[in-house]
Ligand binder design. Structure first.
Ligand SMILES: Nc1ncnc2c1ncn2[C@@H]1O[C@H](COP(=O)(O)OP(=O)(O)OP(=O)(O)O)[C@@H](O)[C@H]1O
Ligand SMILES: [Mg+2]
Length: 450
């Protein structure tokens, strides 16, 4: 059953493209900005440390000349702290240094005591700003420290929120435009495809599988139409021939101008022709039933050997007439199948093996089970006229007869093997044909494991 394509949720291609371009753009944008801001932030930090260091050095020079008075007199925004080697704060221009705690544990102080210079940065309690410190040891006893505040990354980004928002909107607009253009371009190229001749169209490489599929489907459709057309023509022809003779005989009889014996002969002919018609119509019905895969014929467990046995009994008389010996060998072979269809298949194979045999010939029917994979094989081998190489494919076609006149003589219309073929397909079985002209043929049908 075909699924209703339009039943699903409808999606806009432009929107899909838009979402994806936008997401990719936004991702690239955010990653780049993060890397950029991080680098910038680090660069500024280095810059600030260098300035703090310079200021500390200047303060030291002033201190050496003017003592503590000089430091106290400096008018500067940055914070200046004078600490002794014991960690006690001697002076601080921003805080009450008498109250301040011991600074020996501060990173920059202990580093300056050890190495002469020390740096550190700390987040203040609110986390909204960061303090940077540079400390230089002046002499054995004193350390000069200068510090300042820097905004944190969060503040920086917050401050940039307006341009960021603007960029976001620009990205939205650009993505929207790109998506609309792309969607239009893509759908245009699809709408341009000539569905009757898709292979002749210039399409994107990615659409090639699509056009190939349509071309294949077109071919299959035309092929199917051709077969159907031929079938109808064949059916009409096959029906017309016996009906014409029946009508001809009846016309002569209706005039009453024929004697009793001829009348009986005609009646016999009419009977034979109508029997042929019935067989033909039955075959057509069987074929069309197998064709409509939707009609599910009930499958049951069946023994292929039993079926072959009963077919042999049915065909016993026909075989006897031609003096053909029928030999059935093999084991029980169980398959899952539709009994009428399987019987029909075996019947047609055996019927052909008798019909196209020579007088006094022989048929070997064998059923076997493959121990390895469980497949069940039926083979029907005859000592008949054989099938010419070029006809071996075609014998399975509807109404195909190797020799039309001979088939007519033995009462064949060419539907038997196509029923076998369709039946095999219905049961997922494979058919093999071996034949040597003038020696005989062997049809083998392999059924899948039960
Ligand atoms: N065992 C066989 N040996 C030789 N030729 C065969 C054999 N089986 C089939 N053929 C050839 O294949 C053709 C098609 O066979 P198929 O059984 O489809 O039709 P049919 O026997 O002519 O008619 P129907 O089976 O409808 O009565 C036959 O006409 C015959 O020429
Ligand atoms: Mg046949």
């Amino acid at each position: 059953m075909k699924k209703n394509v339009s039943a699903g949720k409808k999606k806009s291609m432009a929107f899909e493209i838009f979402r994806n371009t936008f997401l990719v753009g936004a991702l690239v944008y955010f990653v780049c900005s993060a890397v950029f801001i991080d680098q910038l932030y680090k660069y500024f930090e280095q810059q600030i440390f260098r300035e703090l260091e310079t200021e500390a050095e200047l303060a030291i020079q002033g201190y050496r000349k003017g003592g503590i008075d000089f430091v106290q007199g400096i008018d500067i925004r940055n914070r200046i702290t004078l600490i002794d080697s014991g960690g006690n704060v001697l002076f601080d221009n921003h805080a009450d240094y008498a109250e301040m705690e011991n600074h020996l544990e501060r990173e920059e102080v202990s580093e300056a005591l050890k190495k002469g210079k020390g740096y550190s940065s700390r987040y203040s309690v609110t986390l909204m700003k960061k303090s940077l410190y540079a400390a230089i040891r002046m002499d054995e006893n004193t350390i000069m420290r200068v510090s300042c505040d820097q905004h944190t990354v969060g503040i920086l980004v917050f401050g940039m929120s307006q341009p960021l928002l603007l960029l976001f909107v620009i990205a939205l607009i650009i993505s929207g435009v790109i998506a609309t253009l792309l969607a239009k371009q893509i759908t245009e190229s699809i709408n341009k495809i000539d569905l009757d001749n898709p292979r002749d169209c210039q399409v994107y490489e990615e659409l090639k599988p699509f056009t190939e599929r349509i071309a294949d489907e077109n071919y299959e459709k035309s092929q199917r139409e051709e077969i159907r057309h031929q079938f109808t023509a064949n059916v009409s022809h096959e029906l017309k021939t016996p009906l014409t003779s029946i009508s001809g005989f009846a016309e002569l009889m209706k005039d009453g101008s024929v004697d009793n014996q001829t009348m009986m002969d005609f009646a016999g002919d009419i009977y034979n022709e109508s029997q042929r018609l019935i067989v033909l119509v039955n075959d057509i019905i069987k074929l069309s039933r197998l064709d409509e895969q939707s009609i599910s014929l009930e499958k049951t467990r069946i023994n292929l050997k039993e079926i072959a046995q009963s077919v042999c009994e049915t065909l016993h008389q026909a075989a006897q007439k031609k003096d053909v010996t029928v030999n059935l060998i093999g084991t029980d072979g169980f398959i899952s199948g539709v009994p009428q269809v399987i019987t029909e298949m075996v019947y047609n194979l055996c019927d052909n093996a008798i019909k196209y045999n020579r007088q006094g010939g022989r048929i070997d029917i064998a059923v076997s089970v493959n121990a390895a994979d469980g497949t069940v094989t039926l083979s029907v081998k005859d000592t008949g006229i054989g099938i010419p190489e070029n006809a071996r494919e075609r014998v399975f076609e509807r109404f195909y007869c190797v020799d039309k006149s001979r088939s007519k003589q033995v009462g064949g219309t060419g539907l038997g093997l196509s029923i076998v073929k369709h039946g095999a397909k219905y049961h997922n079985a494979r058919i093999y044909l071996d034949s040597t002209e003038g020696v005989g043929s062997k049809f083998t049908v392999v059924f899948p494991a039960e």
